[in-house]
Design a protein around this ligand. Structure first.
Ligand SMILES: Nc1ncnc2c1ncn2[C@@H]1O[C@H](COP(=O)(O)OP(=O)(O)O)[C@@H](O)[C@H]1O
Ligand SMILES: [Mg+2]
Length: 232
């Protein structure tokens, strides 16, 4: 079976002032197309670093990431950007919306990067409607609450119909109700488009609704288990 993501002996070492910090230590796993996976573990265990490496946003110290059949450690920055634009959606822990662009313009970015500027506004409007922000198209990030910004970042991550969606604590800053809305939007995307979801979360209820839970500790995978009878 061809996996949508294969991670092999992935290691990330940061060079400190006096010593090296090994943040990821020979991490390996495979993720199947359409799988819904959560990555859990204490803060500082390397979850965000792992997500960034898997999405090609950052380069490993050693090891390999094969994403949609391409070894991204071997690609130039331009080719990596292309693989990302065509395949990957990313929801950042701190949203990372561009402050000088409206909600609508933020959601249009991935489409414009794909050369689909024509029609981008209509698609972006639909997506904002879907996340319940139909009346906030023209608002700038600073005019939106944390939960609203998170939903804009979700709409942006969906806009290029990614094959793989990486979400870094997508419900972490949200109240329970908004968290459930965001959760359901992610699961719907998986159901409707077969999108592979890789979700970093501290929320055990959310992790319990995923097919599989990979647990990190001190930069190593300490467990990798399938959940039985997942209802979502
Ligand atoms: N750019 C960086 N330079 C040095 N250390 C970093 C950098 N980014 C993250 N770290 C360190 O790597 C460790 C793992 O961080 P992170 O991946 O953000 O963990 P998590 O998301 O699980 O909380 C932490 O100790 C953090 O301080
Ligand atoms: Mg993190």
């Amino acid at each position: 079976m061809q996996h949508i993501l294969s991670v092999r002996e992935l290691t990330k070492i940061y060079q400190g002032v006096n010593r090296e910090l090994t943040v990821l230590d020979h991490v390996s796993f495979d993720i199947a197309r359409g799988e819904v996976v959560s990555i859990v573990g204490p803060s500082g265990s390397g979850k965000t670093t792992l997500l960034g490496l898997c999405a090609g946003l950052d380069a490993p110290s050693s090891g390999q990431v094969v994403l949609t059949g391409r070894d991204i450690s071997q690609l130039s920055e331009d080719d990596k950007a292309q693989v990302r634009n065509e395949n990957v959606g990313f929801i950042f822990q701190n949203f990372q919306l561009l402050p000088t662009l409206t909600a609508l313009e933020n959601v249009m970015i991935p489409l414009e990067l794909q050369g689909k500027a024509k029609g981008a506004a209509a698609i972006a409007k639909d997506l904002l409607d879907r996340v319940g922000l139909g009346d906030r198209h023209d608002h700038y990030p600073m005019q939106l609450s944390g939960g609203e910004q998170q939903r804009v970042s979700l709409a942006r991550a969906f806009s290029n119909s990614p094959k793989v969606l990486f979400a870094d604590e997508p419900t972490g800053n949200l109240d329970e109700d908004t968290g459930h809305v965001v959760e359901q939007l992610l699961f719907d995307l998986n159901k409707e488009q077969g999108t592979t979801l890789i979700i970093v979360t501290h929320n055990p209820d959310l992790a319990a609704k995923t097919d599989r839970v990979i647990r990190l500790k001190g930069g190593k995978v300490v467990s990798d288990v399938l959940n039985e009878k997942v209802a979502r």
